[in-house]
Design a protein around this ligand. Sequence first.
Ligand code: NI
Ligand code: MN
Length: 222
Amino acid sequence: MARLTFYGHACFLFEKNGIKLLFDPFLSGNPQATVAADEVEADYIFVSHAHADHLGDTYEIAARTDAKIISTAEIAHECQNRGLNAHAMHIGGKFKFEFGYVRVTPAFHGSGISGGHACGFIVNLDGFTIYFAGDTGLFGDMKLFGEIEKIDLFLVPIGGNFTMDLDDAVYATKLTGTGTVVPCHYNTWPVVAADPDEFCTKVSDNTAGRCLVLAPGESADF
Ligand code: NI
Ligand code: MN
């Protein structure tokens, strides 16, 4: 069994086989956060980019838990310079970890760090595949990801302004041929306001995917 927990904004915890994967742990200062940075547990921390609403509490959590940070090289090196445990990857790269393999995908967005890139992650654990899109606009290669991977779970931003809005995210769900889609990166602040129920209705009407809305703090089992 696997469990996905939404901690608000774009922060998720995915647990399978006793391994905890934490994505974009922005908790301090996150109006939606349902857990404190000093309470959350992680074995691995995925960082899509270095904007404060994604890098968030990564340094503090990694220092406390000794979790390994997985990110693009510039961010991973910054973590290593701070004495943290980090694995540097880059866009298009694939690597096999103890829990499964990770592909780093492009994300059309700023990096938040000098010389860096924003990214997304495709994570395969025992054949269960998650695509965490990161902060990104819609792009056609999402279709390619759906062809080379069977995406079971798509974690996608719907808030617009900085990322895809919900209509683009519906299209992305269709392109990726996703099984279950969970929206994120919305209603944290007024500038990213979006209606998740409208997103789900449009997912049902336009894709073969299943939409699952998690309120901050809520979990779902897979
Ligand atoms: Ni960002
Ligand atoms: Mn963001």
